[in-house]
Each structure stands twice: as C-alpha cells, then as structure tokens.
Design a protein around this ligand. Structure first.
Ligand code: FAD
Ligand code: SF4
Length: 470
C-alpha cells in the first residue's frame, strides 16, 4: 500500500477547491473558493511525493514544514498538522488564501513539472480553518510568563508575527494600531473575495486568548508618544507598513474621477462592513467605465471590486505583458473570468478630460533589455498612442515607505528610499540603530507580501527575545 501511495499523483490529478458560481462572483463580496471536503484534502495531500529535496519549504518565505503537515493531513491527524503549521507561520489560514503560491511553494513543487503541483496553499488554509472550527487552539501549556513587555506598533502581518513569537516565550506584547480593527492591509486593503474579514477577526480572538493585547484606535505619535513607549516597555517593534501612493507623474492625475487604489478599496470594505463614518467617502463605480492602471495585486483587487460594484466595463492597462505581471497569476486568471479586460503592453501617458476624466491616453510598449531587477523594460512604440474611454481611473502603481518624523527623534535610521534600516544578519535580527527598537514588514523591505511580513515580524520577535535575554 505504501508503494501505491507514493504514486498517488499518477492516479489523482491536482484538484483545486471549487469556485463559486460566476454570477455570484461578479456580484458579491464573499470568498470565491469553496472549502475542501475532508476526502478531497486527504487525496490531494497524499499526492505529495515527500521528495528528499523539499524545495517547497525553501521557497516558502516562512519555511513551513510542508511535506510533514501534508502527511499528517493525509493520515487524518488534523490537530497535529495545525500545531506543526503554527510552528512556522503566525497566519497560516491567511497565507493559504493570499500567497502567490504559483511563485512560491507550489511553483517549487517537484510535481509542478508535468503533473500539477500539490495544492499546498488550499491545504494550509484547510488545516487551520477546520482545526479552529473543531476547537483546536495553539498549545500554550508550556508557556511561562516573564516580567518583560514589548510595545508592537502596527497590527498588520508583521506586528502579528512578532507578537506571536513574543507571547509564546512569555513576553507580553501590547499591539497598538491606529485603525479600529487589527490586520493592517488584511483588513483595510485586501478585499473580502480573497480574504473574508471574519477570518482576521477569528485570528484576533485566538491571539487574545494566547495573551496578546491589542489597543486599537491608538495612533502612535499622536495619541501616545514613541518616547513614552520607549520608557515604559522593554523593547519596541515597528510594523507600520508603507502608505505613500506612487504617482504616474503624467498630466491629468488630479482630474475628478481619478482615485488612488487604496482609498477606493478601503471605502468599499468600510461600506460592506458597516464601518463607514461618512457616506460621502464611498467611491462608487456602478454603471461607470473604469480603467485600472497597474498590474500587481492591488490593481487586480481594484479590477475585481469594480466588477462587483456593477461597473459598466473594467479595463486593466499594464505596461508589460501578462508573463511579466508582478501579481499572483491565479488572481489575474480570476479577474479575467469575472469580466476584466486586459490591455497589455500599454503605458499611460496622460489622463484626458476637461473638468473630469474622459479617458486615458496610452502608448503601446514592447519589452526591451532587462533592468537591474532582471525584468524587461517596457519601451514605447512611436506613433502608437490611443485613448481608452473612462469615467473613473484607479491608479494602482504601488506604495513607498512613509516613515514618520518621530523615528528620527527615536534615533531610528532610515535608508535613502525611506525604508527603516533593520538588517536580518546581525547579532539581534531586525534591530534598528536604536538598540531597543526592532522593525519588520513592508516598512523595512518596501511593499511586498503578507508572508514576508509575517516572516520578518517573527524573526524580529526572535531578535527581541535574544536582546532581552529571555
Ligand atoms: P500593514 O499590513 O500595512 O500593517 C501596518 C499597520 O500599522 C496598519 O494596520 C496601520 O494602521 C498601522 N500603523 C501605521 N502607522 C501607525 C501608527 N503611527 N500608530 C499605530 N498604528 C500604525 N500580499 C499578499 O501576500 N497577497 C495578496 O494577495 C496581497 N494583496 C494585496 C492587496 C492590496 C490592495 C494591498 C495594498 C496589498 C496586498 N498585499 C498582498 C501586500 C500585503 O498586504 C502587505 O505586504 C502586508 O500587509 C504588509 O504587512 P505589514 O504588517 O508590514 O504592514
Ligand atoms: Fe505556500 Fe505561502 Fe503557505 Fe508558504 S505560507 S506554504 S508560500 S501558501
């Protein structure tokens, strides 16, 4: 039977969880994937070869013990799988939903070449969703409290990763966030069709039960000073993300009808969740011709939110080709299925209109030589200008760090592009120039992924424990 099992991948193909009906997907803000059933997940996890070289583990930024928990799931040991999965990842159910697996774990799976990778992400999600629903909770029975406490600024993935490591070691994390809910961009960024907010709220409860304290609606630097945190706490972790919107630098960007991606997405979440302070903040694209500029995760989220709001049409203009898009391929495919039209190799050069947006002028590009990151540079083709008609333009060109000025007073060094200097390779991982202050996530590496923010938060947590000699 063992021999038969090791060739399971020949008999059982890769089977992703089913997706909701397309009409429902185009009109509602619920997650599009159905959960796996127990038999399905067992069959799928059985496909893992347990190969001697678990490339998947190395490619996974938190180095999850993937083949080990796949085996536990295949054998029906769900609670053990959940415990193991939580040893390396503070948000496994979130990463299972939102990681670009095709570029990470699944892209590195040996079966990817010809047989279809093991459905690692969906299995990771299943393990925690199901175990939590069945009453499993992280095992804190061996935790011994110390007298140390750490202020964590930012309740996003980095802050949560750090707090998870600290609380398990008996160091009390007090997590401050300026928003009314925890999660950072998980709550105020990533839309519900990828990650329902109840998932983050459930995680909040789990973390609180573990001993993490959240203080929301506290804007550090305004409601409480960094100096007082430095005085009161044994260490401070900074996980405040990146929130300065990148601009295109072309004419027409200030015309009415042009919006940055994040305010659009956040206004939508606030409306859906009943968290709206002022109805005028809602950016409504119903019946409008929408053009989204950009090709990353944020652009895809704007596209698909516009579809669900009932836009007349949604066009996504991106300056490279599909192959060179930075976001998750799975989500590009989902966007196409839901009715988004892609205009590849189009670089915006102006937003046109007299007193409001009427269209976006683009030029066709062809890909030239690779740039310093190895990505081929788009070069404009002369004489190829065209105007795509639009009532609304959503700009999703990414984010830059916006470190607050009080960091300088706290002697925290910032590099030339605004990122906090907190190297991984030093005695205390992710320590800043102020020995008592550590940092991680988007504000250190620039805007990236949930899983890399979790990793850096966890590593910084380890650095803090070493620094505190716990
Ligand atoms: P954040 O998540 O930004 O959290 C920072 C927190 O700090 C926020 O809650 C903020 O309120 C708080 N804060 C800031 N300043 C203060 C202050 N002075 N006082 C108190 N609190 C403060 N990644 C993926 O892996 N997959 C995806 O599908 C994906 N989709 C995305 C879609 C969108 C629209 C966006 C914008 C990003 C997406 N990302 C995705 C990226 C991912 O969300 C981020 O890389 C990740 O959230 C970074 O985590 P963080 O903890 O560093 O920062
Ligand atoms: Fe894959 Fe992300 Fe899970 Fe790692 S955390 S196994 S990369 S889905």
């Amino acid at each position: 039977e063992r021999l038969q099992n090791s060739f399971q991948f020949l008999d059982v193909g890769r089977q992703d969880p089913g997706k909701k009906d397309i009409v429902e997907r185009r009109t509602s803000f619920v997650e599009i994937y159905e959960p796996y059933k127990e038999e399905e997940v067992k069959h799928q996890s059985h496909r893992c070869l347990g190969c001697g070289n678990p490339y998947c583990e190395w490619k996974c930024p938190v180095h999850n013990y993937i083949p080990n928990w796949l085996k536990l799931v295949a054998d029906g040991n769900l609670f053990e799988a959940a415990e193991l999965s939580h040893q390396t990842n503070s948000l496994p159910e979130v990463c299972g939903r939102v990681c670009p697996q095709d570029r990470l774990c699944e892209g590195a799976c040996t079966l990817e070449d010809g047989f279809g990778a093991v459905t690692i992400g969906s299995t990771e999600k299943y393990i925690t969703d199901t175990a939590l629903a069945m009453g499993w909770r992280p095992d804190m029975s061996k935790r011994v409290w110390t007298d140390k406490k750490v202020a964590v600024i930012g309740a996003g993935p980095a802050g949560i990763g750090c707090a998870d490591i600290l609380v398990r070691a008996g160091v009390k994390p007090i997590v401050f966030d300026r928003y009314p809910e925890i999660g950072g961009l998980l709550t105020f960024g990533i839309p519900e069709f990828k990650l329902e907010k109840s998932v983050v709220q459930r995680r909040r409860k789990v973390l609180e039960d573990m001993g993490v304290e959240f203080r929301v609606n506290v804007n550090v630097g305004v409601d409480i000073s960094m100096a007082s945190l430095l005085e009161e706490y044994d260490a401070v972790f900074l996980g405040m993300g990146t929130y300065k919107y990148m601009k295109g630098g072309f004419p027409g960007e200030n015309l009415p009808g042009v919006y940055d991606a994040l305010p659009f997405l956040v206004s939508n979440v606030n409306r859906n969740m009943g968290w709206e302070d002022n109805a005028a903040d809602f950016i409504d694209v119903k019946g409008k011709r929408v053009v989204v500029l950009g090709g990353g995760d944020t652009a895809m989220d704007c596209n698909r939110t516009s579809i669900r709001q009932g836009a007349e049409s949604v066009v996504c203009a991106y300056r490279r080709d599909e192959e060179n898009m930075p976001g998750s391929r799975k989500e590009v495919k989902n966007a196409g299925e839901e009715g988004v039209q892609f205009f590849f190799n189009r670089q915006p050069i102006a937003i046109v209109g007299d007193d409001k947006v009427e269209g976006i002028k683009v030029v066709t590009t062809k890909l030239g030589e690779p740039d310093e990151n190895g990505r081929r540079r788009p070069e404009p083709v002369p004489g190829s200008e065209e105007v795509i008609p639009a009532d609304i333009v959503l700009v999703a060109f990414g984010f830059q760090p916006n470190p607050p000025s009080w960091l300088t007073e706290a002697s925290v060094d910032i590099n030339d592009w605004g990122g906090i200097v907190a190297p991984e390779e030093q005695d205390y991982k992710f320590q800043t120039s102020n020995p008592k202050v550590f940092a991680g996530g988007d504000m250190v590496r620039g805007s990236d992924l949930v899983v890399t923010a979790v990793w850096e938060g966890r590593q910084a947590g380890e650095g803090i424990l070493d620094y505190l000699k716990v």
